[in-house]
Design a binder for this molecule. Structure first.
Ligand SMILES: [Cu+2]
Length: 482
């Protein structure tokens, strides 16, 4: 995780107290503070790149805050081997996190780097005034513009570029979050993180390597190739995972830049104790998944009662596992076994006692096969209907659960024993090709002909020894057991 250099001045030193200290208490405020309370002093806002969040505000009064954002158009990683030309507020996606206090007067400057090819502007949803500042900040490459606004309403707000074609500017990553802290402050927590979802439309399919262009047609159809948190696939996995400790209280400032999709934001293995839904003032408690509209936000708070990996997803789940909308919050520390035990055991489940269960067979007595080829063809059908679910269609089985029939030494060693297994089922420890299985194969209720056919099929496949099993042979094994 990289931290960018904050914009500093002597006046900002008050911001630089360690976050943990600053988070030790919300500022005490005279409840009577009026919207037109006089500004005292001025400072330069600390701006951060995701997933970092500027320290909480400890002031008990409004001030004049200077915010400077620089727009750059940069080629960056979208996924391994995949690059994209992102348009950014501050060099990465999402743009820098801005944190001010209710009733602050914000002096805002937008700079457009001379290397940019496009004009850009900014519409901050925290602004009361036409266009959220868009028209006031229309900025050609190599220019800078400014305006000021009063942060009247507390809340967590999206900002974005609103230069035509607006959809394209947003689709290229031009969005971020601005928090207007309520004048009484937010309750202290141990960790705060900044996460913004966005959907991306590339000329190539998901994962297609190289520098990808923007695909207007896919954007119009709303069929993204990528849905990601913080601008790229894997922005918060592996060594970039969000880090916290067991016992920590966590606050996620979550935004959705869109341009198109609505996010079903969820953390696998956690329940949000509190959600400031839609980034507003009201709190909903005990929430599993919160809806975050395009151009909207939510503040999600929870306590890490136990340790482990907690997975941030858009629960529109193909986006998480197939398009990139997945991040990890790792809580170090010890498990609280009273909260979560982990798997205690995996053992055989036998609802009706210890015997092999019989599965009633609805197969009609098969017409006797005249040749080995007919037996194999008939056996293949029996296999598909009765065996493939466990032993797999290609006979390879499932490790630690169902032994292989392909190249099975157990099968090839003893034909009568194999007949017995199919007729009567099997339980207890068996070793197949060196691997031990201790499970249960049910009795399948196949008649002699079907049993002969399925075994002849199995022996003819997958490098097995190729013998033909006849129904007479099956009848003999059956008689011997009775
Ligand atoms: Cu723009």
């Amino acid at each position: 995780m990289k931290a960018t250099t904050p914009i500093l001045s002597a006046l900002t030193l008050a911001w630089l107290v360690p976050a943990t200290l600053a988070q030790g208490g919300a500022p005490a405020t005279a409840p009577s503070e009026a919207a037109d309370a006089p500004l005292r002093g001025e400072e330069v806002a600390v701006l951060t790149d995701a997933p970092a969040v500027p320290p909480p505000i400890t002031r008990d009064h409004p001030t004049r805050v200077k915010v400077e954002l620089e727009v750059t158009e940069v080629v960056k990683r979208m996924a391994d081997g995949v690059d994209y030309t992102f348009w950014t507020f501050g060099g990465s996606v999402p743009g820098k996190f801005i944190r001010v206090r209710q009733n602050d007067e914000v002096d805002f400057t937008l700079k457009n780097h001379p290397s940019s090819k496009m004009p850009h502007n900014i519409d901050l949803h925290a602004v009361t005034g036409p266009g959220g500042g868009a028209k006031a900040t229309f900025t050609a490459p190599g220019h800078q513009t400014s305006f000021s606004f009063k942060a009247i309403n507390p809340g967590l707000y999206i900002y974005h570029c609103a230069t035509a074609p607006v959809g394209m500017h947003i689709a290229n990553g031009m969005y971020g979050l601005i928090l207007v802290e309520p004048k009484e402050g937010l309750p202290p927590v141990d960790k705060e993180f900044y996460v913004v979802q966005g959907d991306f439309y590339t000329t190539g399919k998901y994962g297609e390597p190289g520098l990808q262009g923007f695909d207007m047609e896919k954007a119009l159809q709303e069929i993204p190739d990528y849905v990601v948190f913080n601008g790229s696939v894997g922005s918060m996995t592996g060594e970039n995972a969000l880090a916290a400790s067991q016992g920590d209280t966590v606050r996620l400032f979550v935004g959705n830049g869109g341009p198109n999709l609505v996010s079903s934001f969820h953390v696998i293995g956690e329940i949000f104790d509190r959600v400031y839904y839609e980034g507003g003032t009201k709190v909903q408690e005990n929430v599993q998944t919160t809806l975050i509209p395009a151009g909207g936000s939510a503040i999600c708070e929870f306590k890490l009662e136990t340790n482990g990996d907690f997975i941030l997803v858009d629960h529109s789940i193909f986006r998480a596992f197939n398009k990139g909308a997945l991040g990890i919050l790792n809580a170090s520390g010890d498990p609280d076994l009273a909260v979560f035990s982990g798997q205690k055991k995996d053992e055989v489940y036998l609802p009706e006692g210890g015997a092999v269960q019989a599965i009633p067979s609805d197969s009609k007595p098969a017409a006797a096969a005249a040749t080995k080829e007919e037996r194999i063809a008939a056996g293949k059908i029996v296999y598909g209907a009765n065996c493939a679910a466990c032993h797999m269609p290609n006979g390879v089985g499932v490790p630690a659960a169902f032994p292989p029939l392909a190249e099975s030494d157990y099968l090839n060693e003893d034909v009568d024993r194999a007949i017995d297994v199919v007729l009567h089922g099997l339980q207890g420890e068996v070793t197949v090709n060196g691997d031990t299985f201790n499970s249960i194969m049910p009795q399948l209720g196949l008649n002699d002909e079907a049993t002969a056919n399925v075994l002849t099929y199995i022996y003819s496949e997958w490098d097995n020894k190729g013998v033909e099993v006849t129904s007479e042979q099956v009848a003999k094994v059956r008689a011997a057991k009775q």
